[in-house]
Design a protein around this ligand. Structure first.
Ligand code: UDP
Ligand code: MG
Length: 337
């Protein structure tokens, strides 16, 4: 943990994707809370994940006024998981807190997270006590998902915990060593381990704008989670295949004996056809599952970067000092990648 003599640096990592509507409300609420935490400096690492609205312009305007706000502009929309990765890579703090821009993760909880961290926890998880603000369907599917995931995978992800949490620098450094391109952050966070405590909170409704996660996107995220952390879907085909082969074998013996005893029977067209179609279907499903994994191997093997940074924006402080040991980058330079 960081030295208590100097003030500690907190990094807030915020992905922004078309959040122009909430942006000012976000800073208005978060900054006073961060300022109220004693003995800390802070930086807000804002990742603009290829927003199509005025998010970037607004972020730059905020950064121009406040040197503690840094803007990382990605070249296009890479998705929340990649945007978070970018922010975590860029963060320089002794503790890093990823938080949603839509104020669904209450910033009022941050002082509590920091307090627990100072008491020695390396990871402080913020767990949703109740998900009353989510629709019934979202709650039900989320609950089912956690059950399926934790049943299939050796790695248990804590239920109702989002990306909102506090991580010590040591945890962040561990996280940065995970090279995979398919980033299921919840799983990666859980995978690295460390001393973890849980703090409960109530999730608020989105303050403005709308959710970027449609049912289809959530479904893909769910697949991502399972295929990234479990090979059980692959292995299960071995067991299913073995079972079917055994049944077929004994049925074969039975048919042979019955033919020897009772003579040739007229074969049933309907039963043959339905079995043929059924097992054709089963094979295709198996192939699909295998394909799901092969696709991921293919993506990983290309070794492309997880995100690309177009530009970084940060206002120079009058005395030329910048939060942490960040590179000093003025608002007009800083092209990289
Ligand atoms: N987000 C992002 N890239 C995306 C989608 C979302 O950076 O492609 C950000 C978004 O701006 C917000 C956070 O991820 O800060 C959570 O998104 P959202 O509130 O839409 O998700 P939900 O709360 O509905 O799960
Ligand atoms: Mg949200």
């Amino acid at each position: 943990m960081a030295n208590h003599e100097e003030s500690q640096l907190l990094s807030l990592v915020v992905p922004f994707y078309n959040e122009g509507e909430v942006l000012h409300a976000f800073f208005a609420r978060v900054v006073p809370i961060l300022e109220s935490i004693a003995d800390t400096r802070f930086e807000i690492v804002c990742v603009n994940d290829g927003s199509a609205d005025d998010t970037l312009a607004k972020l730059i305007a905020v950064a121009r006024r406040d040197a503690r706000v840094r803007v990382i502009d990605l070249t296009r929309n890479f998705g929340k998981e990649a945007a978070l990765t970018a922010g975590i890579d860029e963060a320089t703090g002794d503790a890093v807190i990823p938080i949603d821009a839509d104020l669904q993760d209450p910033p009022e909880l941050i002082p509590t997270l920091v307090q627990r961290w100072r008491q020695g926890a390396e990871v402080v998880l913020a767990q949703r006590a109740r998900r009353t603000t989510d629709s019934f369907l979202k709650r039900a599917t989320a609950a089912a998902y956690y059950r399926v995931h934790n049943c299939l995978s050796d790695l248990k992800i804590p239920e109702n915990v989002g990306d909102f949490r506090l991580m010590d620098r040591s945890v962040v450094n561990a996280l940065k060593q995970l090279p995979e391109r398919h980033r299921f952050m919840k799983g990666l966070f859980a995978w690295v381990g460390f001393d973890t405590v849980i703090v409960q909170y109530e999730r608020e409704p989105r303050s403005a704008g709308e959710s970027k996660f449609s049912g289809w996107r959530l479904w893909n995220l769910a697949l991502e989670g399972i295929t990234s952390f479990s090979t059980l879907p692959l292995r299960s085909w071995t067991y299913l295949g073995t079972f079917i082969a055994m049944v077929a074998f004994f049925y074969g013996i039975y048919i042979v004996i019955r033919t020897l005893v009772l003579g040739v029977d007229v074969p049933g067209y309907a039963s043959v056809l339905s079995l043929l179609l059924f097992f054709g279907g089963v094979q295709l499903i198996g192939l699909g599952v295998v394909g799901e994994y092969i696709g991921r191997i293919y993506d990983e093997s290309k070794g492309r970067p997880i995100y690309l940074v177009k530009r970084r924006y940060q206002e120079r402080r009058p005395e030329g000092r910048v939060a942490g040991n960040a590179r000093v980058i003025s608002l007009v330079s800083g092209k990289r990648n």
